[in-house]
Design a protein around this ligand. Sequence first.
Ligand SMILES: NC(=O)C1=CN([C@@H]2O[C@H](COP(=O)(O)OP(=O)(O)OC[C@H]3O[C@@H](n4cnc5c(N)ncnc54)[C@H](O)[C@@H]3O)[C@@H](O)[C@H]2O)C=CC1
Ligand SMILES: O=C(O)C(=O)Cc1ccc(O)cc1
Length: 307
Amino acid sequence: MTRIYDRVALIGLGLIASSMYWAIKRGGLVGEVTGYARTEATREKAREIGLCDRVCDSAAEAAEGADLVVLCVPVGAMGAVAEEIAPVLKPGATVSDVGSVKRSVIEAVAPHLPEGVHFVPAHPLAGTEHSGPESGFAELFDNRWCIIVPSDEDTDAEAVATLRALWEGMGANVDEMDADHHDLVLAVTSHTPHLIAYTMVGVADDLRRVTDSEVIKYSAAGFRDFTRIAASDPTMWRDVFLTNKDATLEILGRFTEELFALQRAIRTGDGDHLFEYFTHTRAIRRGIIEAGQDTDAPDFGRGAPRK
Ligand SMILES: NC(=O)C1=CN([C@@H]2O[C@H](COP(=O)(O)OP(=O)(O)OC[C@H]3O[C@@H](n4cnc5c(N)ncnc54)[C@H](O)[C@@H]3O)[C@@H](O)[C@H]2O)C=CC1
Ligand SMILES: O=C(O)C(=O)Cc1ccc(O)cc1
């Protein structure tokens, strides 16, 4: 039990905030955790399940006096929440977030924060397709990466180190990265794959008159994985694509080029092209497994266990 902060405020009590709360409690990392959710129904639910030591009726009330305020709302809502809490922030406090996109969050949040408040954005690479206050669990971040993206070169080193200690206390492996690089990497590894899953499920649904319920009945693992991902929160993912527009469009452009090449190979019966392509991609996956990240394992995507 190592106390890292005296008071932490979690704004937006969904999957990530609730998992943070349970992980903080598991590790005894914080003296008091306050929470705020936008709807009365979510606040009531949070009180009912004991989520947060104190559930407040406004974001400002939750943030007042906190040493760390973590914005856990959809990326598109970060700026408005920062504006609301700015007047009550304690001098020397740290503001962080967990948004899936970093550059746009920095641009939306930083201008509202007063002098003397540290801004240290972060992104835990862990989640599920579920959302809401009841979906969180203490183990979500265990051996997963959390990327800290210092908002500028002058970011206070102690504020970064303390936030890093919190994430490590919650079970994560922490890395630091520049915001633009983060957004490009995530466009490849998370954002574009989600878009492809949404599209594939949409295509199958368009065909449902033709296929009746067979798509569901005979769905093999590949399609079932797509349906799981395509069940993710629509608000969150709308905001991800609106705010990581350039990187996602860049990766989608490359994706469609490759897809057209494969389409042409199928049409022209170019088996060599298909075979070479699939041999290459198989080697990539085997490389991932040799590096100790078996994509079939339930913990795929987790970083190497911390020593
Ligand atoms: N779901 C996932 O797998 C992951 C999500 N993230 C990021 O974490 C953040 C939160 O995501 P989740 O916890 O999954 O979402 P969630 O949907 O479970 O919870 C979001 C919460 O924010 C509240 N909210 C929405 N708009 C608001 C506003 N304008 N003002 C105040 N509260 C508002 C919602 O009512 C809800 O309680 C997002 O920025 C997302 O990009 C990061 C890693 C993984
Ligand atoms: O559920 C899944 O497959 C995920 O990919 C979880 C996830 C979603 C969004 C993030 O920004 C990080 C992780």
